[in-house]
Design a protein around this ligand. Structure first.
Ligand code: NOJ
Length: 552
């Protein structure tokens, strides 16, 4: 069989890498102040190496008031003093590189923090000043904002300042949108990309990559007028064609390094337009969030895979796969809740997830074991797909979302801006349990900035390291095996005769079968290389289980 090894040897790491997302404030706390830090990441380099990931992506660790978990950046070229120093960063980078692990950092170009020096100067300089030009300031209409736009986090998207002008913030009030028509804004981000590239960073994750450029010509349209416009590249606010002029310039920066720096776009755009971001002339790769929006359902998984492999082909990039990240309910929990309701257009409404968080994790009842079993099956399915897989810290432990966070302990602006109706994202950002005991389950020497529930003890790293049947053991085995089986970026589907069973084959003979259904499925072979749950009955693939076969 054609193993396509030669084809693969030419491939850069990011095309089929496994990237582990670290949410730095919740990963490991080396100085005992309750917040995870850079030295904490360095202390866990051995853990990341043993896990077998190719790269680490760090969510923002820059100076920040934490109005949005660090996505409100006050200085793009420094480390938050609570998280360490640039010297700590260099040490972490060297330690990861010494293990062959690449490092990707998060760039947040749509908005700064309101504590950013530029914004502070804009406030001080007053209306009509050049300082205000770097942001989007406008006069209101009488006492009202310039337009009735809503922020992504709920509530108005315009905030009034003391001299009566308003500024645009598509996210939290503390996150003023930058004016990407301004040459200084463009030049400053190029300087930031160079700053981290010069330090040796391997790549960048670009936050809200589809919203930077805007057509703010007057009169401003109303919210309903904006909503009614097609997203065809000319929409005033979202996914404009001219954003790729910014990325073309960034591409020249990336390519001026050896090896070229990489980038992945967080772009919530119509499917057909994803290849624009993933193309080699633009950022080079784009996130695909379709799996994390799908139910644990064979039909949905298959069409997500099919669509995204086609999109990747259209851009010349590889696809990305994500089941969990710092913005969504962890997949072990999503799959353990009753089936979510759907909007008429088919979009998932995580209604039960929301109710379940609202009830503090009581109603509707979460089936923890089912959720974990399905999460393991989905992960093993994902890890065998052609392309890059993104893992979110804690998923390798089978960790569940934490529902039982008191309102007084919550941090996410979506919770506050929705008057507590949207519970937000704190539940997936609770500091990791490293040990089953201690004040913060080994996260640090003192407390944790978000409360950890007692059940975290069962998911602690040290507990799972001692258990060969644990989710951690499964991830480690799967990642090692994936490395040895990795092959050309293609798959072919094999008929199963069942709507709830998927079977695909990669070049070289790596085969994958997932049983999404309730009835056991007769296995095509009896030499399984790995299975997401025990294969109790000979020759049968139990429900909610994935199995891999290596080459014959
Ligand atoms: C996307 C990030 O993933 C999210 O956490 C953040 O709140 C928004 N962008 C705004 O920066």
């Amino acid at each position: 069989m054609d193993k396509n090894v030669g084809e693969e040897q030419e491939q850069p790491w990011w095309r089929q890498g496994v990237v582990y997302q670290v949410y730095p404030r919740s990963f490991a706390d080396a100085n005992g102040d309750g917040l995870g830090d850079i030295a904490g990441v360095t202390s866990k380099v051995g853990y990341l190496d043993a896990l077998g990931v190719d790269a680490v992506w760090l969510s923002p660790f820059y100076p920040s008031e934490l109005a949005d978990g660090g996505y409100d950046v006050a200085d793009y070229r420094d480390v938050d003093p609570r998280l360490g120093t640039l010297a700590d960063f260099d040490q972490m980078l060297a330690a990861l590189h010494a293990r062959g692990i690449k490092v990707v950092v998060d760039i947040v170009p749509n908005h700064t923090s309101d504590r950013h020096e530029w914004f502070q100067r804009a406030l001080a300089a007053g209306r009509g000043s050049p300082e205000r030009e770097r942001y989007i300031f406008r006069d209101g209409v009488g006492d009202q904002p310039p337009a009735d736009w809503e922020s992504m986090f709920g509530g108005p998207a315009w905030q009034r300042v003391s001299d009566g002008q308003w500024y645009l913030h598509n996210f939290a009030v503390e996150q003023p949108d930058l004016n990407w028509s301004h040459p200084e804004v463009r030049a400053d981000f190029v300087a930031t990309l160079r700053f981290w590239s010069d330090r040796g960073v391997d790549g960048f994750r670009i936050d809200v990559a589809h919203m930077l450029t805007k057509d703010m010509s007057e009169p401003l349209l109303s919210r309903s007028e904006l909503d009614a416009l097609p997203r065809d590249g000319l929409h005033p606010m979202i996914d404009r064609d001219d954003v790729h002029e910014v990325y073309a310039e960034w591409r020249r920066v990336f390519d001026s390094y050896d090896p070229p720096r990489t980038a992945v776009a967080e772009a919530w755009v119509d499917k057909a337009r994803v290849p624009l971001y993933a193309s080699r002339d633009s950022l080079g790769q784009a996130f695909n969030f379709d799996l994390l929006q799908a139910d644990f359902d064979a039909g949905q998984f298959r069409s997500v895979v099919q669509d995204n492999l086609e999109l990747a082909r259209a851009s010349g990039s590889s696809s990305t796969w994500v089941l969990s990240n710092h913005d969504v309910v962890r997949h072990a929990t999503r799959y353990g809740l009753p089936h979510p309701e759907r909007l008429p257009n088919g979009d998932p409404v995580r209604k039960h997830g929301t109710e379940w968080v609202a009830s503090g994790g009581v109603s509707p009842e979460l089936d923890r074991a089912l959720g974990e079993r399905r999460a393991r099956a989905a992960t093993l399915f994902m890890l065998a797909l052609p392309g890059a897989s993104y893992l979110y810290q804690g998923e390798e432990l089978g960790l569940h979302e934490v529902a039982e966070i008191d309102a007084s302990a919550r941090q996410d602006p979506t919770f506050f801006r929705s008057g507590g109706e949207d519970f937000g994202r704190d539940g997936c950002r609770v500091p990791l349990p490293w040990r089953p005991d201690g004040t913060s389950f080994g996260f640090g020497t003192d407390g944790a900035h978000l409360p950890q529930p007692a059940w975290f003890a069962d998911y602690a790293v040290s507990v799972e390291e001692a258990d060969p049947r644990s989710t951690l053991a499964l991830y480690r085995r799967a990642l090692a095996l994936r490395r040895s089986l990795q092959t050309a970026e293609r798959l072919e589907w094999v008929q199963t005769g069942r709507d709830d069973v998927l079977h695909f084959r990669r070049p070289g003979g790596w085969e994958v079968v997932t049983n999404f259904g309730a009835e056991p499925y007769p296995l095509p072979r009896n030499d399984a290389a790995i299975a997401s749950s025990p294969l109790d009955e000979a020759g049968l693939l139990p429900r909610d289980t994935t199995v891999w076969f290596s080459a014959v």
